[in-house]
Write a protein that binds this ligand. Structure first.
Ligand code: ATP
Ligand code: BTN
Length: 244
């Protein structure tokens, strides 16, 4: 996959920008990246806000041309979380992916991923826009201002990191994990994912809207869905917020 980065000084949301570009052009090459030095309206899941001070963190979206299946979105997000985690591990940052769309260090979020499926008006072109927010040089004061535990590469490694070089260092792991995902979907990632995001048997509570479920981790299904052992048997969870 050829990655090509289009850098901007300031955008609302790189995911929204990429989506608008897709609606206009529809033949965007796989591997196209839109990155911004300042993002003024960053989005998380369920329209939650993604906060990032100017010139501090990586905020970018990657387009992957792929067949239209909706089922593909969660497992691609998981493949991307594996790639980000691998890049951080190479810098001796003890990151691990967290189901369904985060990367954590010591229980604090260092990266959030928002994947959105896009389809052209005549359905001839489809793809997934993967939005990645990676906290690179966020200070501990900025991290403490976020309503949930957050951290950054600077906080963990006591060292500032160059944004362009950090983005480039993601290319190889991204290429590797996207290729694995293309070849075999989630089953191809399952073993590594479970090793890092598990372990099996871990006690979990899942909040999905008003529904709260507790149990132990039974594993992950063929599309990356979480399997939870509860007193009613194994339940399949497609979305939600997980806490230990
Ligand atoms: P969790 O998995 O921690 O329960 P979430 O992943 O479900 O959270 P998302 O909607 O995916 O929540 O992410 C948005 C949330 O992330 C925001 O509501 C905020 O709490 C937090 N957040 C916002 N900006 C950042 C950031 N730069 N770094 C870490 N966390 C952030
Ligand atoms: C989450 O944890 O909910 C996902 C956060 C995703 C944030 C990134 S930053 C780049 C891209 N543009 C957005 O508006 N969101 C994603």
């Amino acid at each position: 996959m050829q990655f090509k980065v289009d850098w901007h000084d300031r955008l609302g949301s790189t995911n929204t920008y990429m989506k608008q570009r897709f609606i206009r052009e529809s033949d965007i090459p796989s591997g196209s990246i839109v990155a911004t030095r300042e993002q003024t309206a960053g989005r998380g899941r369920q329209e939650r806000k993604w906060l990032s001070a100017p010139d501090t963190n990586l905020c970018f979206s990657l387009f992957i041309a792929t067949p239209a299946e909706l089922m593909a979105v969660p497992s691609l997000t998981m493949a991307i979380a594996m790639a980000v985690s691998e890049m951080l591990n190479r810098l001796r940052i003890p990151a691990a992916p967290k189901w369904p769309n985060d990367v954590l260090v010591d229980g604090k979020k260092i990266c959030g991923i928002l994947s959105e499926r896009v389809e052209s008006g005549d359905s001839s072109a489809t793809g997934i826009i993967v939005g990645i927010g990676l906290n690179v040089n966020m200070s501990s004061v900025e991290a403490e201002a976020i309503d949930r535990p957050a951290t950054s590469m600077l906080i963990v490694s006591s060292q500032a990191h160059d944004l362009c070089r950090t983005l480039e260092s993601l290319f190889q792991p991204l290429e590797h994990w996207i290729e694995e995902w293309k070849q075999g979907g989630f089953p191809r990632l399952r073993e590594s994912w479970t090793q890092q995001a598990g372990p099996i048997g871990k006690r979990l509570t899942v909040h999905d809207g008003d529904v709260i479920k507790s149990g132990t981790l039974a594993g992950f299904g063929d599309h990356g869905e979480l399997l939870l052992n509860t007193e009613n048997g194994v339940e399949t969870i497609w979305s939600g917020d997980v806490s230990a």
